[in-house]
Every structure is written in C-alpha cells, then in structure tokens.
Design a protein around this ligand. Structure first.
Ligand SMILES: Nc1ncnc2c1ncn2[C@@H]1O[C@H](COP(=O)(O)OP(=O)(O)OP(=O)(O)O)[C@@H](O)[C@H]1O
Length: 602
C-alpha cells in the first residue's frame, strides 16, 4: 500500500541530489502531510508522557499531604488515567502513520532509484556489480525507513521529554532544573563525542561488510566457473578469510558501542543518585512535597535514559546518512548519454546508417575510431569483420547510442542520433546479440519483450517464423514454461532463436546481429541461420561476425582493423582481390573442412 503522492519524479537524466539531506528533503516535501502528522503525533505523545509524571505528582501530593480532603484524590487520578490513555492513543496513531509513511516512501525511493539507475549506459553496469547495485537500491530504502524510525522513536521523544522535564522541574526548584539541564548537555555531549570517535570503527565494519557481500555475490553469480574448476573449497576458504576480517571489524565496532553504553550507565548512576539525594534532602527540610520527590526521580531517569537513546541514535543516523550518501555517489550522477531537451521521436524511413567523421575513445582514454566514415544505404546487408579489438562491437554500440562519439555524427535515416530520443531510436533497431538475456519469466513473456503490446497469436507467429515452435511445444508447459535465470534451462541455439523471435516481433527497420551465431554448433547454426533469413528479409542489416559463413549472401563486407576500414565491397569482389577477407575466409574454410573430416571419422 503506497497511499501517498507517488510518481512525482520524471524520467530525468539530471543527477540525483548530491547530499542525503537534499535527497531526503524531496521525500519529506512529497509526503508533507504524512511527515507533518507524524511529527505532531510524536510531539503530542511525548508531551503527554511528561504530563503523566506530573499527574503522578499531583496524585501523590493529594494522598500524602496531611489534612487534605480524601475525596480530592479523584480528580488527579482521573487526569492521570486520561493522560495515560491519551499518550498511548497518540503513540499508536504515530505507529500507524509511521508505517504508512515508511512503507510508501520506501516504494517511492526504490522506484526513483531504479528509474535513475536504468538510465545509465550499458557499460556502467559492466563496471559495477549488477547484483550489488540492486541490493544498494533496496538497502537505501531500508536506511531511509530506519532513519525515519530512529528520528520518530529515538530522537524526537527525548528532545520533547527534556524540554518538558525542565519546564516541570523549574516549577519545583529552578536550581534542580538548571543542574539537570547542564548535566544532560554534558552527558549527551560526552557520549556523542565518544560515539563520533568510534565512527572509523563503524565505517571499517561497513566497508568490510560491503567487501564480503560483494565477494559473495561475485562467487554465487560465477558458480559455473567455481564448479568447473572444482573450486568450492577454495572459494569457501577465501570467503572464510573475508568473513573473518569482517567479523574482527564487526566486533571492534560493536564492543566500542558497549563501552560507550557502560560510560553512560556510570553517568546515569551518579546523576540519578545525586538528584534523588538532593530531592530527599529538600523534603527533610520540608521545602518540597513527596509528590515533588516522585516527579524529580521519574523525570531524571526518563531524560537520562532518553539522553543515551539520543546519543546512540545520532551515531546510528550518521551511519544511515553515510549509506545514503554512498548510494547517491554511485547511482546518482547525471546519465552519461541523455536525451537532448528538444529531442524528437525518430521517424524511420527505410533504415539507412551513416557514420560521419566519427572519433570515439572510451573513458579510460583508449581511442577506437578516428575520423571514421561509413554509409550503409537502406536495405543493404553489411557484414563487419576483423580481428579482435578492431572496434566491431564499439561500432554497433555507437549505432544504438550506448555511447556518444567525441567528434562526428552518427545518423539514422539522415537524423542525427543525438537529435532523437533514445527510446525511439532503440525501438527502430532490433539487436540479436551473442548472449540472449532471458528473464525468469515464461517463454511467452520473454518473446513478447520484443513488442509488449503483441497478442499471444502474434507472439506465436514470431516464434514459428524463428523456428522456435517445436522446442517450445516440447517444454513441460509450452509457452507458459518459466525459463530459469538467464535462460539456463534452454540450449544456446534455443536461446538464440528466442532472441530472433523477439527481433521478428519487434519489426524494426534495422537489424543488428552481434556475433549471433558464433557460440553455436553447426546443426544449431543451420536452424538459427534459417530463422535469421526470415528476420533479415527486406531490412537493413549490420552483422558483426567472426564466422564468415554467416555472411554468405550479404551485399557487402567491411573489414575493420584498429578502427579503420581496410577492405570494403561485395564478398565476391573481396575474394577476387585476395586481401585480408579472402585470407580469413580460406583459413576458416580449412578449419571447417577439418571439422567435417573429424566428424565423419567420428
Ligand atoms: N568499455 C570499454 N572501456 C575501455 N575500452 C574498451 C571498452 N570496450 C572495448 N574497449 C576497447 O576498445 C577496443 C575495441 O573493442 P571492441 O569490443 O569494439 O572490439 P571488437 O572488434 O568487437 O572485438 P571482439 O571481436 O573481440 O569482440 C578494444 O581495444 C577494447 O579493448
């Protein structure tokens, strides 16, 4: 249940607020009614709690003062009972409203962080642990909830208690109120300073915890390699060392808090003993009533306990703030590739591609293209080949605008990519990569990812055209079968064909095949090849391939080397020319022949 003013954040490329306070303030404003109500309820409840102590004093005085009418006890008693009822009603209302607020804000925060996170370019996710990013979003919502709870239950009430207690005590004996106020400031100050000095220990613990958590995510997501290299014990030992280091840091952080608590308890004992002795001495002098002694004692205990809660809560909040600040640092920056303010929807007109004097270097300074120019007319099938590191994937990435070139332009049907929205651009390009990303959802939903509004019938037609029908029908629940995380229950060829079905469904004017068949055996490749033929019919195709046989029947081949085009022309011309492409082709043909001989012999 959100119940609040959700979806106030646009899909902006602007950075998130840099400081946790500004970030949190946005939610306080969005949920102003809830936070305002919570504040009023908590302040009211804490004030009632102080008034209850005063009610107790009135009752004791009515009972203990000699010569007073015994009937006079009923009104203080009634007041006392009414105040207890009011206090509890206010606390419970605060609890209820706190629940609505924390839950609702938690949903908003996770959605906002997800929206911003998903706007970062693809390489951002390669540079960070994706699992850790997901956890970070969840933990930040948790930290904001914990912060709200800490302020509501551990910071506001002691502050109200303190003000209330000073007001009440000053009506009894102003000197006592002054001494108590001084003492509380001193204790809160000392415990606060000691607490803050412990921060490096707490930070060391959270760093170690993050490291150990990251290691665990890394190992679990690479479980295949762990098993393949029989490395379970090695990984367990490695984790044991990380956990040990984390445990040492955790003990140091925890025991430091215990020592601070002990220090506070000593202060509490000295102060409570001192105040009580002072109050009883004043009573022996008949300067204050028994009710005054009761109220001095209970208020002293109450605010001394409160001062400890407050000091620890403040230390706790610095940890929550640290966590939120770290998230804003990692997730919050401006998106590296953003839609221009005046970006239009792309208007596809056949699907021509132009790279005009493009220069591009990665963030680490590695230059891939210098003044690169390539024109692909609409409807042409072009194969891009070349040695590893030549820039083939970078070229495909620039076409999808995963990055912007530092100089020059990339155009789609004459429209510069920077002038159109990223969503409309990517809707016009269907990519079949080497690794098809499958969600842990049904086969039907996975194919429908190509066009979310497609009917079941259209999904089945696309699957049929991509030659998926047979194996999908053979799955336990057909199209409703859930594929495992990353589609682990399907073979490489089957995943590829699902990827092709998606692309067929997408019906985009440009098809990009990025090593689409390189991980397949010859039989699967044949199947996939047929599916691909159906997909690429009548469209502009840009195919990156190591296996040159994939490109037979293409109109044109471009051979890249070190970001430059070294050969360009129809495959037959390149063969005739006897250059790099021809040499590569012959090498692969020999490999294929050997492969066939080996299989026949087998
Ligand atoms: N995210 C990145 N950050 C920095 N450098 C990168 C990044 N991605 C690729 N490169 C570098 O850019 C150059 C071109 O890489 P690219 O992946 O485009 O080559 P490729 O021709 O597709 O290679 P392969 O056939 O091995 O996939 C290489 O030198 C590579 O190391």
């Amino acid at each position: 249940m959100s119940g609040g003013p959700a979806d106030a954040t646009p899909w902006s490329s602007d950075p998130l607020p840099g400081s946790p306070t500004a970030f949190l303030w946005g939610y306080v404003r969005r949920w102003a009614g809830h936070f305002g109500g919570l504040l009023a309820l908590v302040v009211g409840a804490a004030a009632c709690a102080v008034a209850v102590q005063y009610g107790m004093k009135l009752l004791v005085d009515a009972m203990a003062t000699p010569g007073t009418d015994r009937e006079a006890v009923w009104s203080p008693l009634l007041l006392f009972i009414a105040l207890i009822a009011a206090e509890n009603a206010l606390w419970r209302s605060a609890g209820w409203l706190g629940c609505l607020t924390v839950v609702g804000v938690g949903v908003d925060i996770r959605l906002d962080l997800f929206r911003h996170l998903s706007g970062h370019p693809v390489h951002y996710f390669a540079e960070h642990f994706s699992g850790a990013l997901g956890n970070r979003v969840t933990q930040t919502a948790g930290a904001v909830g914990a912060l709200t709870n800490t302020i509501t239950w551990n910071i506001l009430p002691p502050c109200v208690d303190f003000i209330g207690a000073i007001v009440v005590l000053s009506t009894i004996q102003w000197q006592m109120a002054a001494v108590l106020a001084l003492f509380v400031f001193m204790v809160a100050g000392i415990v606060g300073v000691v607490g803050v000095r412990g921060r490096p220990r707490h930070r060391a613990f959270s760093d170690q915890a993050a490291l150990a958590g990251g290691e665990l995510v890394d190992v679990v997501s690479n479980m295949w390699a762990v098993k393949a290299f029989s490395a379970r014990r090695i990984e367990a030992d490695r984790l044991a060392r990380k956990f040990d280091r984390e445990a040492v840091a955790q003990r140091r952080s925890w025991l430091y808090l215990e020592k601070t608590r002990m220090l506070h308890d000593v202060f509490l004992w000295v102060m409570a003993g001192g105040m009580l002795t002072w109050a009883v001495w004043l009573w022996t002098q008949s300067r204050i009533t028994p009710g005054d002694v009761v109220v001095v004692t209970t208020l002293t205990f109450r605010i001394l306990h409160g001062s400890r809660d407050l000091a620890f809560a403040l230390v706790g909040t610095t940890q929550q703030f640290g966590m939120i600040a770290e998230t804003l640092r990692v997730i919050g920056p401006r998106h590296a590739v953003a839609d221009a303010p005046a970006a239009r929807e792309l208007a596809p007109m056949g699907g021509s591609i132009d790279f005009e004097n493009v220069s591009f270097a990665y963030a680490d300074g590695r230059t891939v293209f210098r003044n690169f120019t390539l024109h692909v007319p609409a409807g042409q099938r072009i194969g891009v080949v070349g040695p590893s590191g030549a820039g083939k994937s970078t070229l495909v990435g620039l076409l999808q605008r995963l990055d912007d070139p530092q100089a020059g332009r990339v155009l789609f049907d004459g429209q510069p990519l920077t002038a159109v929205t990223q969503d409309s651009l990517r809707a016009a390009i269907a990519v079949v990569p080497q690794e098809i990303a499958l969600f842990h959802r049904s086969v039907l939903e996975n194919i429908r990812y190509g066009r979310p509004d497609a009917t079941d019938e259209q999904v089945r037609e696309a699957a049929h055209a991509a030659r998926c029908d047979d194996f999908i029908q053979a799955l336990p629940e057909g199209y409703d079968t859930l594929v495992g995380e990353r589609g682990i229950k399907l073979s490489g060829g089957q995943r590829q064909r699902i990827g092709i079905a998606r692309a067929i469904l997408k019906d985009a004017p440009i098809i990009v095949l990025d090593e689409a068949t390189s991980a397949l055996d010859s039989h699967s490749e044949e199947e996939v090849q047929r599916a691909l033929e159906r997909l690429i019919h009548g469209r502009t195709v840009l195919a990156v391939a190591h296996r040159l046989s994939t490109l037979s029947g293409f109109d044109r081949i471009v051979v890249l080397k070190d970001g430059r085009i070294i050969e360009d022309g129809p495959p037959s011309d390149l063969h005739a020319r006897g250059g790099a492409f021809h040499a590569l082709w012959r090498m692969q043909a020999r490999g294929l022949a050997e492969d066939t001989i080996t299989r026949r012999a087998g």
